[in-house]
Design a protein around this ligand. Structure first.
Ligand code: NDP
Ligand code: GDR
Length: 361
C-alpha cells in the first residue's frame, strides 16, 4: 500500500437506503469520506432517506455515489468492490424485519447470512484482506431467549427467529474470516435503535406515526401485537457513530452498543400518547385488550393477533461497557428525547397529509 493509499477514506455501505445507511452516509460524508452506497433496483423511488445528501446526482464531483446491487448477487458485489476498492465496508443490507422473516425465511437467510459470506469472499478473492476493514451489522436478536441480563459480548446466543438465526451465521462467519485470514472484520452487536426515519412497520415508528395520525384525525386506532415485549431502544444517530468507531479501533473485535435501559411496548405507547397530551387507560385482557384515550373516551389501541410472532424475544437490555471503555462510545439521546423527536416528525407529516386532502380515513 502506498502512502497515498493509506490516506484514502473510501466507504462502501450496503443498505444505504435504509435507516442506518442514511445516517451513516451523512456522518461519513461529514468526516470527509467518499461514500459509495449499494441500492436495490425498485419499481418506485427508494432513495427518500438519502436524497438530501447529493445536490446534483449527475455531477461527477460529488463524494457520494450510488450503485445498483443486491446481497444475493455475488458477481455484482465482487465487481463493485473491485471498482471502488473501499477502505471500509459497512454491511448494513438485510431483510431486517423479524416478523417478516417468519414469512420469508429462505430469502432472509440468503440476504442476511449468505450475503455476509459473499462480501467477505469478495474481499478475499480480490486480495484486499489487508486493505479493507469490514463491519457486520449484528444484532441483539442473537440473544433471543433470555440467558443473562444485561446481555454483553460474552452472553450465549439463542436466536428466536429466522432473522436471528441468519444473523447468527453472519456473526460467526465474520469472526471466522477475521481468525482464518487476518482480516479486519468486526461485529457491532447493536440493540434496537430508532429515529424519525425508522421503517414504518417497526413498533416504535408504527406507534409514533399512529399517535400522530390519530391526533390529526387521519386514523382512529392503532393495531398492535405483544405489548409486554421489552427492548433497549436508542437513537440511530448515536449508533452509526459507534459503527465508525468500531472500524477505527486498533484491532478488529466485537462490541455491544446499547443504552442499558429497557422499556415495554406498552410503556412506549403510553409515552407517545402523552406527547400529544393524551393518557391511555387499558381495559380487557389478551387479544381483547384495548387502550382508551381518557381525553376523548375513544378506543385508540387494539390488539391484532397477526402481529404476534411464533417465537418472541421477551427481554433485551444491553451492557455496552466494552464499547465505552475501549472505544469511548456512549449514547447521547435519551429514550424520551427520541420518542419526542419521532412524534414531532410524524405529527408534521400527518398535518401535511391532512392539509393536502390526499388521505382516506
Ligand atoms: P432497514 O430495514 O431500514 O434497511 C435495510 C437496508 O437493506 C435497506 O437499504 C434495504 O433496501 C437493504 N436491503 C434489503 N435486502 C437487500 C438485498 N437483498 N440486497 C441489497 N440491499 C438490501 O434496516 P436498518 O437500517 O434499521 O438496519 C441496518 C442493519 O442493521 C440491518 O442489517 C439490520 O438487520 C441491522 N440491525 C438493525 C438494528 C436496528 O434496531 N435498526 C439493530 C441491530 C441490527 P431497500 O431500502 O430497498 O429495502
Ligand atoms: P425487533 O423490532 O423485532 O426488536 O427488531 P420491532 O420494532 O419489529 O419489534 C419490537 C417488539 O415489539 C413487538 N410488537 C410489534 N412489533 C411490530 N413490528 N409491529 C407491531 O405491531 C408490534 N406489536 C408488538 C414485537 O413483537 C417485538 O417484541 C428490530 C429490527 O430492527 C431488527 O433488524 C434488529 O436486529 C433488532 O431490532 C435489534
Amino acid at each position: 500500500m502506498t502512502a497515498l493509499d493509506s490516506q484514502r477514506r473510501v466507504a462502501l455501505i450496503t443498505g444505504v437506503t435504509g435507516q442506518d445507511g442514511a445516517y451513516l452516509a451523512e456522518y461519513l460524508l461529514g468526516l470527509g469520506y467518499t461514500v459509495h452506497g449499494v441500492k436495490r433496483r425498485s419499481s418506485s423511488f427508494n432513495t427518500a432517506r438519502i436524497d438530501h445528501l447529493y445536490q446534483d446526482p449527475h455531477s461527477r464531483n460529488v463524494p457520494f455515489v450510488l450503485h445498483y446491487g443486491d446481497m444475493t448477487d455475488s458477481t455484482n458485489l465482487i465487481r463493485l468492490i473491485q471498482q471502488i476498492r473501499p477502505t471500509e465496508i459497512y454491511n448494513l443490507a438485510a431483510q431486517s424485519h423479524v416478523g417478516v422473516s417468519f414469512e420469508s425465511p429462505e430469502y432472509t437467510a440468503n440476504a442476511d447470512a449468505v450475503g455476509v459470506l459473499r462480501l467477505l469472499e469478495a474481499i478475499r478473492i480480490l486480495g484486499m484482506e489487508k486493505e479493507t476493514r469490514f463491519y457486520q451489522a449484528s444484532t441483539s436478536e442473537l440473544y433471543g431467549l433470555v440467558q443473562e441480563v444485561p446481555q454483553k459480548e460474552t452472553t450465549p446466543f439463542y436466536p428466536r427467529s429466522p432473522y436471528g438465526v441468519a444473523k447468527l451465521y453472519g456473526y460467526w462467519i465474520t469472526v471466522n474470516y477475521r481468525e482464518a485470514y487476518g482480516m479486519f472484520a468486526s461485529n457491532g452487536i447493536l440493540f434496537n435503535h430508532e429515529s424519525p426515519i425508522r421503517g414504518e412497520t417497526f413498533v416504535t415508528r408504527k406507534i409514533t406515526r399512529g399517535v400522530a395520525r390519530i391526533e390529526v384525525g387521519l386514523d382512529e386506532a392503532l393495531y398492535l401485537g405483544n405489548l409486554e415485549a421489552k427492548r433497549d431502544w436508542g437513537h440511530a444517530r448515536d449508533y452509526v457513530e459507534g459503527m465508525h468507531m468500531i472500524l477505527q479501533a486498533d484491532a478488529a473485535d466485537d462490541f455491544v452498543l446499547a443504552t442499558g435501559e429497557t422499556r415495554s411496548v406498552r410503556e412506549l405507547v403510553e409515552l407517545a400518547f402523552a406527547e400529544v397530551g393524551r393518557s391511555i387507560e387499558w381495559r380487557g385482557k389478551g387479544a381483547d385488550e384495548t387502550g382508551v384515550d381518557n381525553k376523548s373516551g375513544k378506543t385508540v389501541v387494539r390488539i391484532d393477533p397477526v402481529y404476534f410472532r411464533p417465537t418472541e424475544v421477551d427481554l433485551l437490555v444491553g451492557d455496552a461497557s466494552k464499547a465505552r471503555e475501549k472505544l469511548g462510545w456512549k449514547p447521547k439521546t435519551s429514550f424520551t428525547q427520541m420518542v419526542r423527536e419521532m412524534v414531532a416528525s410524524d405529527l408534521a407529516d400527518a398535518r401535511r397529509e391532512a392539509a393536502s386532502g390526499k388521505h382516506s380515513v
